[in-house]
Design a protein around this ligand. Structure first.
Ligand code: FAD
Length: 408
């Protein structure tokens, strides 16, 4: 069996960023990444693909091109995590040993949880920005639509980028408004939850756009089935009196399915009761296995599951992991920062930045950018700065925008 100083599970946002941050601190570390995929995606860009702003190819790079040269890449999936014996079992049955493990396999989207959905995705007006190959279909549906009924769904939390279901809706409405057809389109937001956004400071700005676009908000409505050819969607509606199912027709349906912890984590000793990585929210070290750390969407820490969170988490994991290898106290803390740039129209964004408990953590002082209002600067950051920051800073271990907090 092979052995490395550090084994990282996943070569997504978290895995690549943390490898680079570790190497910056200790270039002599033998680091391996376990990652089966050929492609690496800038998923935050998919909202803009669905809105006709980015081409799909702007969000994809080959995994080879983002894999740091100092990393040993095991191009296979991790099948089992055995933290008691400090081993990771790979697809071919071989095992990797480690001094420290970093777990960052993202989350699983449960497309099958919605009856009839998979077979109709990409046809019959049914789409989702949550898949690279479908985001362009969102934009073609939006461009073709002249009237009728458009539904946008949001599943129960947690999901990655909680704002993305409504971002798709606002950008669609903006285009319809521009084309002069919005008045002919009946737009509904079916949300399994009970609020437009989990952090209330951002809700007034969103409600203004709901009004402007004439969107019907439907709370406590969870999509359970789709009949593509008949263009009908079924929702489970929950109220104080119990729950019932309703059916409604559509011309366009943008679906965001429920999401869960990856099987690898769920079925391992590293999971909490919800199946997510059981990490200390401050240090990102595992609560029971001190040689295990984690970051990204698989984590059970209560932050917003975003690439923005990963940007701040990677240096924290790197600092604390290196200290723990040296038997020193862990120096860095993660305040739960995450960001969700809410694209309320093409050209303006509410740059929602917040930490644990919904505490606002704006990057800019209010005279530069108003934290809870739509701004042009926010759009510029979303459409131009953030992709650059992702590819060229975050994945490369340049941490100017992600200085960790010192723990007291
Ligand atoms: P990922 O980047 O998903 O990477 C996980 C990697 O692990 C993948 O490469 C996968 O192949 C690999 N993997 C999985 N299982 C295994 C296994 N068993 N063994 C080995 N490797 C494995 N974030 C923002 O900050 N702002 C936004 O505006 C935003 N918008 C979004 C919009 C959409 C439509 C979507 C889908 C996401 C959005 N996000 C946004 C969220 C952001 O993309 C994620 O939070 C981020 O990618 C999480 O990083 P990660 O490394 O945890 O997971």
């Amino acid at each position: 069996d092979k052995r490395h100083d550090i084994v990282i599970i996943g070569g997504g946002a978290g895995g690549i960023a943390v490898a680079s941050s570790l190497h910056k601190r200790r270039s002599d570390l033998d680091i391996a990444i376990v990652e089966p995929a050929q492609d690496h995606f800038y998923q935050p860009g998919w909202t803009l693909v669905g809105g006709g702003v980015f081409t799909p190819e702007q969000t994809r790079r080959s995994m080879r091109s983002v894999m740091p040269s100092f990393v040993t890449w095991h191009q296979t999936a991790a099948e089992r995590l055995l933290p008691d014996s400090r081993q990771v079992v790979l697809g071919d049955g071989s095992a990797l040993g480690y001094r420290a493990l970093v777990v960052a396999p993202g989350l699983e989207i449960d497309w099958q949880a919605i009856d009839g959905l998979e077979e109709t995705l990409g046809k019959n007006g049914v789409t989702s920005n949550y898949r690279f190959d479908l985001a362009p279909y969102t934009w073609s549906l939006v461009q073709a639509m002249r009237g009728g009924k458009a539904l946008f769904t949001q599943p129960p939390m947690p999901i990655k980028c909680a704002g993305a279901p409504q971002k798709a809706m606002y950008l669609s409405c903006y285009e319809w408004e521009k084309q002069g057809v919005l008045n002919n389109i009946d737009v509904h937001f079916h949300n399994a939850g009970g609020v437009m956004f989990g952090v209330s400071d951002f809700v007034p700005a969103l409600d203004e756009y709901v009004q402007r676009y004439g969107i019907h908000k439907q709370f406590q409505q969870n999509l359970v089935a789709v009949d593509g050819p008949a263009q009908k969607a079924r929702f489970r509606v929950t109220s104080e009196d119990g729950s019932e199912e309703i059916e409604t027709d559509f011309d366009m349906l943008h679906v965001v399915p429920p999401q869960c912890a990856p099987r690898l984590v769920r079925e391992s000793p590293l999971a909490n009761e919800g199946g997510w990585l059981d990490l200390d929210a401050d240090t990102l070290q595992h609560n029971r296995f001190s040689d295990v750390f984690g970051l990204g969407d698989a984590s059970g820490t209560g932050n917003a599951k975003t690439a923005a969170a990963v940007r701040k988490q990677a240096p924290v994991v790197a600092d604390n992991l290196v200290a723990s290898l040296d038997g020193k106290p862990m120096p860095s803390g993660y305040p739960g920062y995450g960001a969700c740039p809410l694209t309320v129209e093409r050209g303006r964004v509410v740059l929602a930045e917040f930490g644990y408990g919904g505490q606002l953590q704006p990057t800019f002082p209010s005279w530069i950018n108003q934290a809870t209002r739509p701004t042009k600067l926010g759009w510029n950051i979303k459409a131009q700065q953030l992709p650059f920051i992702y590819w060229n800073l975050m994945l490369k271990g340049h941490e100017w925008l992600a200085k960790p907090q010192r723990r007291s």
